[in-house]
Ligand binder design. Structure first.
Ligand code: ADQ
Length: 513
């Protein structure tokens, strides 16, 4: 283990890159790229959800659902004039807010693009979303030793729903040209259906989660069809090169196709698909501005009172969508080991685990919920004193200012995913720390770890390793914290969400020119 007192080489801020990506630069690029043909984004999740609200004159309120994809793409479409986003309508008042074609102008407070909602029957959701997507592809690709479940019935719904999404796009674009950017593992077949109907459309897909190696992927009974769907796109994006390399190896072992290694292209039935790696990020400036806002300061006071934080020397935070890939039990076990090995922390630290439940209809998610509650209780019982317990679980939904407040209060933020395509929480924590304080403890098995080597990297399966890094984080001298945080902030500031979108869109439209 590294001695906590080790001097970390001091950091010199690099000169700002002249061409740094910003919302303005993306907007101007988009103006050029989409002057003659619109940009259409297609994803399962919608960027805005409407809810009934009797207190409002129109009877409606709205919110932005949690999730990396939405956090990433909404600023992109806001930066592009006249864009369209096709997604599943899931809010209680979504139909009320939309017109007869499912269209609604968003963001609801400052409309700048159109959201077209696709309405799905509960059976379709069960087969397509809960079935193939989240009980099949999600565990298949994350390789967390949970057996994926694939059934023919779910597969039929998956095909049907993918066709519905493709039809929604075709309905909106008419006969004209368009650039269609499909998102993620829920919609692998959309490029194929689009290509069958309109081979002239340009289509890209971004794969937000890891891609497994061919030995794992070959267990999927619908693997060849999924690959054929994806290879109908002109370009496929992954966060890191390793996922793209796994994809290319999978194609080689599954289908008859020519692989141009130099260009990272697959040529199949006369159609070429290029594979690129472009890491997603956050809107650094916006996250930082939110972190500096008075609303965030108010929330910090609220959390200080709610969790009586002033009593503690150390505040540790875990914040996630509640998911078995995020390594939540592992980090709680590490807190347990830390307190056993360093009882001097008793009464002095608190670990806040914040996370809304998600995918609650799926049994594994309910089991995770029960496991985390039981574990937190056991650990608290083992270490509690008359007026202290180490772990606080919070299930309340959090919005952006409260989320930033939590980050700002956290001396240590723990991201212990067992496997993660990127992980935006890590980058958001970095963006929020304009004071250059705080330590990020980060799983090696996240895409983010490739860009943030200054974090304390952990193997999340090794509880002792996490506990040691927590101790290192808690003991880290302030100057070293600053050096590390400054480097990470410089990386995330430069590789921001606009860089991700700009680079992908340029690759999609201009072919990497
Ligand atoms: P996710 O698995 O959802 O995303 P992540 O990248 O961490 O994971 O994004 C989570 C987002 O939801 C963050 O913006 C975070 O702030 C927000 N969030 C998390 N918990 C929350 C809570 N309790 N309340 C409110 N907001 C919360 C998938 C892939 C990732 C990839 C992203 C983007 O699994 O690997 O980084 O897509 O490509």
């Amino acid at each position: 283990m590294v001695d906590p007192g080790t001097i970390y080489p001091s950091f010199v801020e690099p000169a700002p890159e002249p061409g740094q990506w910003s919302q303005e630069r993306l907007r101007s690029l988009a103006g050029e790229l989409f002057a003659d043909a619109p940009l259409v984004v297609v994803s399962n999740r919608e960027p805005y959800v409407h809810l009934p609200d009797r207190a409002k004159p129109d009877g409606l309120s709205w919110r932005r659902p949690a999730g990396g994809l939405v956090s990433g793409l909404d600023p992109v479409l806001r930066a592009v004039e006249g864009g369209l986003w096709v997604a599943q309508g899931t809010g209680e008042a979504d139909r009320l807010a939309a017109d007869a074609w499912g269209r609604v102008a968003v963001p609801p407070d400052h409309p700048s693009y159109t959201l077209k909602r696709v309405w799905l029957h509960p059976n379709e959701v069960a087969g397509y979303y809960e079935g193939i997507s989240n009980q099949g592809l999600w565990p298949l690709c994350h390789v967390v030793f949970l057996r994926p479940r694939f059934t023919i019935r779910d597969w039929q719904q998956y095909q049907k729903v993918n066709r519905r999404f493709a039809e929604a796009v075709l309905e909106e674009v008419g006969d004209g040209p368009a650039y269609v950017w499909v998102q993620d593992y829920h919609l692998c077949l959309v490029p194929k259906y689009l290509r069958e109907a309109r081979p002239d459309l340009t289509t890209g897909i971004f794969w937000h989660i890891p891609w497994p190696n061919p030995e794992i992927f070959r267990t999927c009974p619908f693997g060849a069809e999924l690959l054929e769907g994806l290879l109908s796109a002109d370009i496929i994006g992954f966060h890191i090169r390793y996922h793209g390399a796994n994809f290319l190896a999978t194609v080689e072992q599954t289908l008859e196709a020519r692989h141009d290694r130099e260009r990272r292209e697959i040529i199949r039935s006369g159609h070429t698909t290029r594979v690129v790696d472009i890491p997603i990020s956050v809107d650094f400036d916006e996250e930082e501005a939110t972190a500096q806002s008075s609303e965030t300061a108010q929330w910090m006071d609220e959390f200080r009172n709610r969790f009586k934080l002033d009593r503690f020397e150390h505040v540790l935070l875990g914040l996630d969508r509640f998911d078995y890939t995020k390594g939540i039990p592992e980090r709680l076990m590490a807190v347990d080991v830390l307190l056993q090995e360093h009882p001097e922390y008793k009464g002095k630290l608190v670990f806040l685990q914040v996370g809304e439940m998600s995918r609650i209809q799926i049994a594994h998610y309910q089991a995770l919920n029960d496991e985390v509650e039981k574990l937190a209780q056991e650990i608290n019982d083992r270490h509690r004193t008359a007026d202290w317990q180490p772990i606080e679980l919070s299930r309340n939904p959090v919005d952006r200012p409260d989320l930033m407040a939590l980050f700002r209060l956290a001396d240590v933020c723990v991201v212990s995913s067992l496997h993660d395509g990127m992980n935006l929480v890590a980058k958001e924590y970095v963006a929020s720390r304009f004071d250059e304080g705080g330590v990020l403890v980060l799983s090696r098995f996240t895409g983010a770890a490739r860009e943030l080597p200054e974090a304390l990297l952990i193997n999340p399966y090794d509880i002792r390793d996490i506990a040691q890094r927590l101790h290192q984080a808690l003991q880290m001298p302030e100057h070293q914290q600053r050096d590390r945080m400054r480097r990470m902030r410089s990386t995330v500031r430069r590789n921001n969400i606009y860089a991700w979108a700009g680079r992908f869109l340029r690759e999609m439209v201009l072919g990497g020119v």
